[in-house]
Design a protein around this ligand. Sequence first.
Ligand SMILES: Cc1ncc(COP(=O)(O)O)c(C=O)c1O
Length: 388
Amino acid sequence: MYDFDKHIERAGTNAYKLDLRQRYFGTDDVIPLWVADMDFAAPPAVQEAIQKRAAHEIYGYTIRKEEFTAAIADWCKYKHNWLVNESWIEYSPGVVPALAFSVLAFSAPGDGIIINTPVYPPFYSVIADNGRKVIKNSLVNTDGRYEIDFDLLERQAAQKDTTIFILCSPHNPVGRAWTREELLKIHEICSKHNVLVLADEIHSDLALFGHQHIPFASLNEAAAMNSISFMAPSKTFNIAGFSTSYVVASNPKLLEGYRATQNRLQLHMGHLFSGVALTAAYNHGREWLKDLSAYIEANINFVEQYLKENLPELHFYKPEATYLIWLNFKAWNLPQSDVKTFLIEKAKVGLNDGLSFGKEGEGFMRMNVASPRAVLQQALEQIKAAKL
Ligand SMILES: Cc1ncc(COP(=O)(O)O)c(C=O)c1O
């Protein structure tokens, strides 16, 4: 068992999660449970591979060899039972940049692009900042479990200028791992109306509590032909600092369209460590990931139990994937700004503002539980004590 209880000091590493607290919360004095990375060491195999490469004193232009795509194809088969041909894969310098390239490649200014809100904030910006129109398909909150309004999706997809649907699967922040039936419905609607599906599956390796991630492109041949998948080892293995991800598209037209835009923007070269980190993680990180997933599940159970016993009016739907809890504060009956002020100034705990994911996030905060359990306990105790 890897030791996820160990406290690792991140101060002095320019960590976003620590060093942007002043800007986001107006103070450094909050326990940071926000930005979606983990306070855990990367798998030992990744550390060793990076250290070995770093020990060589030349850091010149570096290519990724066949082992990069081979590691990805092996991983997709092992983790998702998805058979990916290596020729369908292209490196990308981050999932968000890759989404932006795809928006540029496959839609025109003014086109409508559908997203399921509340959602990870860059989903709005990759659309709006590129002159496209955000079409909000608000998720329906049924007792905490969010579902897609398919009638609305059908109407939105049918609009003449709708060209793309950006799917967040599993979904950040509501924690759904979409079922096969849900994904098939999305596919039916989008293919019927000629809407391309961009499937952001960055959280796919972190399905929890027996839930399963189903790659959109693995549904059937037609879904594969009408989609691009966006994946990365970054969330899974806590290596987001390497800005390394990849796209998978079995439709050669889509892959070529993607590549052409990435190349046109001169962003195809990537990073010396990207191949090193990805191959080490995928080829040697399996046991580590099993332990990590068990630890995250235990953390989620811990938070659930703590709230039940100490702050029973706060609750959340158990995430089906990833380490982010969408915490419902509505029972406090306070304006969002008061919830935020309470958490920052009184409890001294730094959570993401639910409203940053869209107006549906009113009354919610997002808590990142990928920290040693003792840190979570401290944060929860501070919230409880501040309430007294
Ligand atoms: C749904 C989703 N997509 C993309 C990203 C970030 O991807 P990248 O760092 O590769 O751009 C995140 C990070 O939290 C995310 O939650």
